[in-house]
Write a protein that binds this ligand. Structure first.
Ligand code: ATP
Ligand code: MG
Length: 401
């Protein structure tokens, strides 16, 4: 016997009352897109889950893909049986044997969603439990913390039995929570911030500032590759690349060195806000973290943040570096992030920017750049857009955005 089905469970979704239907259909669409590389599979929406008919496909690559979908709480391997007590007992025993590795405990969790099935869930628990006990050595029942939970779900057309469950990614389905403009450097933190933003159901677009020829094509490619990784969790993602050289040169010429970083960030944020508005994003997300270096102090944040009224999501703000690195490794962005590259933000900047910049001074110094609004508008207008998707290349689908 092989596992012929996968049962996808939602978790947090079931709590969401009125929004529930919207959440579920968003998730179902995402799951269908995710399973495109496996055309033989058939996904079916049930009341509070998705059943996937494997149609002979190996389950493990499918489970891997599903583990990248936010909104999924658990993924169970299942066998399908006809709605017949003897067949259910036989199938449950077989499924149990595949999962059982030695002495241990188990329980049966039967649910009769199809009320016309003549055997009730309590009776199913007893009947199937007894059948497994009689036919297996060295096992006992533990209804509280069993090693193996044999789940039986009786639906109208069939019964699904599962013993092996993998954790899902959790969170909410991407697309139910609006859109944020993610400021993406080539570093470790911002892709993790993007991942965590997606996890709360928020769609993202990427925004990268680069300064050719001071930063290379390779540095830009790195950000493209990072965005590509994020498409595994976020589906289609637009990446905006802003040419920042002209503005950085002006900042270097006109602003006292100790404030050039603060002013540069303020300008970046202004551009981010405008690109966000232009693309219907309601927030900016970034990889800022409270730390010791100049760009990461609360003073610095205070002096920079005021240029926008847009909410700024900072998902990694309180994390330790080690926690961020952990996530980066888990989601596959770490190895890309550590490739050597030139950072547009550091290339023009003094080695010791102010760790406690003053807001009033930042405002005053900023006025040394007379045509700031114009420079910002031009940067927004001239931004380049790159389209990324998990399963396709740019040319194939750019018209779909
Ligand atoms: P990261 O690891 O994401 O680079 P960091 O710890 O190096 O972050 P900073 O360099 O101070 O911190 O940058 C803080 C945040 O500002 C970044 O996480 C990113 O969101 C944004 N940012 C910095 N440089 C750029 C850039 N060149 N393009 C777009 N966003 C940037
Ligand atoms: Mg950085």
């Amino acid at each position: 016997m092989n596992y012929d089905h996968i049962v996808v469970r939602y978790g947090e979704l079931s709590l969401k009352g009125k929004n529930r239907r919207h959440f579920e259909s968003q998730l179902f669409e995402t799951v269908k897109k995710k399973l495109k590389p496996f055309p033989a599979l058939k996904a079916m929406k049930a009341f509070d889950r998705i059943n996937i008919d494997l149609n002979g496909e190996d389950y493990s690559p499918v489970v891997k893909k599903l583990q990248e979908v936010f909104g999924i709480h658990a993924i169970s391997l299942a066998v399908k049986s006809e709605n017949d007590l003897e067949m259910i007992k036989a199938a449950a025993l077989e499924a149990f044997r595949k999962a059982n590795t030695g002495p241990g405990t188990f329980k049966i969790s039967a649910r009769r969603a199809y009320k016309h099935f003549p055997v009730g869930s309590q009776e199913l628990n007893r009947e199937v439990g007894a059948h497994i006990l009689i036919n297996t050595e060295n096992i006992t029942v533990d209804v509280h913390k069993p090693d193996i939970d044999v789940r039986i779900e009786v639906k109208e057309n069939a019964t699904y039995i599962s013993c092996i469950t993998f954790p899902g990614a959790g969170g909410l389905p991407v697309g139910v929570g609006g859109k944020a403009m993610l400021m993406l450097s080539g570093g470790i933190d911002s892709p993790v911030a993007g991942y965590l933003t997606l996890k709360r159901g928020v769609r993202i677009e990427g925004l990268h500032f680069h300064s050719p020829p001071f930063t290379s094509e390779r540095a830009k490619q790195k950000v493209v590759d990072l965005t590509q990784e994020l498409t595994r969790f976020g589906g289609k993602i637009k990446l905006h690349v802003v040419h920042f050289t002209e503005i950085q040169k002006i900042i270097k010429d006109k602003i006292p060195a100790s404030y050039s970083m603060t002013i540069m960030r303020r300008v970046m944020l202004r551009i981010a806000e405008q690109i966000a508005e232009k693309n219907n994003a309601m927030a900016i997300a970034n990889g800022e973290n409270l730390g010791q270096v100049a760009s990461q102090t609360m003073h610095s944040m205070y002096a920079i943040n005021e240029v926008t009224n847009m909410p700024i999501l900072r998902p990694v703000i309180t994390m330790d570096k080690i926690e961020i690195v952990d996530i980066a490794q888990k989601i596959g962005t770490f190895d890309i992030s550590i490739r050597p590259y030139e950072d547009c933000c550091t290339i023009f900047l003094p080695s010791a920017p102010k760790t406690k910049p003053k807001r009033e001074k930042a405002i005053r110094f900023e006025q040394y750049i007379e045509n700031l609004d114009e420079l910002v508008a031009r940067a927004v207008e001239q931004a380049e857009t790159i389209f990324l998707d998990e399963n396709k290349t740019t040319e194939e689908f750019s018209d779909l955005f």
